[in-house]
Design a protein around this ligand. Structure first.
Ligand code: URA
Length: 246
């Protein structure tokens, strides 16, 4: 059945505005049955949608169709507060974002001393879900710790270490590099208690010297420079939506 509706914006226009491709390329995607709206594959051209409310997927990956929504990745440098402003004038995320995106907020926090990936958005539902423990969004950290590494540290972290506010468990742990007393480890976990990685590693006998968050779910820091902001790619955003059931 071909659904046409005089209200709304033509689907290929919405897809093109979301960066999927040219309007013509988007028409081809529709023709090939690769586009769905609100869970149903779109049959034929002529479909109009409300980009603020429709859930549009291309090859199963959700597309951000609401042009007002912004999704960014920041490589937060050491010394910057995870806050959009600071009454004492200390460096904060708001400085990077500037006036142009005043309504943005950060998803979760990193300690001032911790570097790495911090997601920023004005997409309330996505932010709420990504920050909610029930969705168990995995976060990956690279930690420089004082070695040599105890043999059973991975097993201990995966089994759970006792912290003053309860047990904390790593989803995974691996040794990345080791040079004398300087050891690099990667820890993945899905919880967000304050200083949790530093506290877990200290409890396991390896105080953290430097901590970098390298990934949040499917979003990776890669070669992004400290202090730089970039928009999430379509794949990253689609991956985040999928992770939290949107
Ligand atoms: N764990 C920490 O110890 N610090 C962070 O910033 C994030 C996780």
């Amino acid at each position: 059945m071909t659904t046409t509706n005089d209200d709304g914006i033509r689907l290929q226009k919405v897809l093109a505005a979301a960066g999927v491709g040219s309007r013509r390329a988007c028409e081809v995607l529709i023709e090939e049955g690769r586009v769905s709206v609100d869970g149903e594959v779109v049959q034929g051209q002529g479909r109009r949608i409300d980009p603020e409310t429709a859930v549009v997927r291309v090859d199963g990956l959700r597309i951000a169709t609401n042009a007002d929504q912004v999704h960014l990745a920041l490589n937060k440098p050491v010394g910057m507060l995870s806050a959009m402003s600071d009454p004492d004038g200390r460096p904060n995320v708001g400085d990077v974002v500037g006036e142009r995106n005043a309504r943005l907020f950060h998803i979760g926090r990193l300690d001032a001393d911790t570097e790495g990936l911090l997601l920023l958005t004005n997409d309330g539902e996505l932010a709420h879900r990504l920050a909610h423990p029930s969705y168990e969004v995995p976060k990956t950290y690279l930690a420089e710790v004082i070695g040599p590494l105890a043999r059973d540290v991975g097993r201990r972290l995966r089994a759970g270490v006792e912290l003053e506010d309860g047990i904390a468990k790593a989803d995974s742990f691996r040794l990345v590099d080791s040079q004398g007393n300087r050891v690099l480890v990667e820890v993945v976990l899905h919880e967000g208690r304050k200083h949790v990685v530093r506290r877990m590693l200290a409890e396991a006998g390896h105080p953290v010297q430097r901590l970098v968050r390298t990934a949040v779910g499917p979003v990776h820091l890669g070669a992004q420079k400290p202090g730089r902001l970039r928009p999430l790619t379509r794949q990253e955003l689609g991956g985040l939506y999928a992770l939290v059931g949107l």
